[in-house]
Design a protein. Structure first.
Length: 186
């Protein structure tokens, strides 16, 4: 068989798309070609090896995309189911609060919080939040010694205002401490 009669398109496709990465000699054996060197020259001239690598890369990318899609679908289904369960638990909790008698499993606020925590965990969100406040006067640059050397009657008046207003009181006045206190409460 002369090289002009070979179906190079079929040979190229078989060589590139073969899952077992066949050799040129095996390819020629499958197509009943005795002189494999002419096919090998064509393979080298047209760089079938690079095309094979590119084809395998695309196959791998498609497999990864399929796995990612399946994982995303599963995750979305889980999220949907959890949201339905949380919604049902909240509705049940509201119903239990309004009910006069026991009709079924009671849902506690702790149960709902547990479900919400699990949902947050599965969605990659923070399940607990912490807040730290530093009330050290040294944190306020420039105000380290603001009350040092203050007259005793001013200190007594400040202590009296603090006793009257308690811990949750709003700022009184417009000094630098008041401005800083208001800036921290956002």
């Amino acid at each position: 068989m002369s090289s002009a009669k070979h179906d190079y398109a079929a040979l190229r496709m078989e060589y590139i798309q073969s899952p077992d990465a066949i050799s040129i000699r095996e390819l020629c054996r499958r197509f009943d070609i005795k002189a494999w060197s002419t096919v090998n020259k064509r393979k080298n001239d047209e760089d079938w090896d690079a095309a094979r690598v590119e084809f395998q890369k695309k196959i791998a990318e498609r497999e990864i995309d399929a796995l990612v899609d399946a994982r995303l679908r599963t995750t979305a289904e889980i999220h949907q189911e959890l949201l339905v369960a949380i919604r049902h638990a909240v509705r049940r909790f509201i119903k239990d609060l309004a009910a006069d008698k026991d009709d079924g499993q009671a849902v506690s606020a702790r149960d709902i919080m547990g479900m919400i925590d699990k949902f947050l965990l599965l969605t990659g969100q923070a399940t607990a939040r912490t807040e730290r406040k530093n009330l050290d006067l040294h944190a306020f640059t420039g105000f380290d010694d603001i009350l040092r050397g203050a007259p005793p009657e001013l200190l007594r008046e400040l202590a009296e205002v603090a006793r009257e207003n308690g811990a949750g009181a709003k700022p009184v006045g417009s000094g630098p401490l008041i401005v800083l206190e208001g800036a921290g409460a956002s």
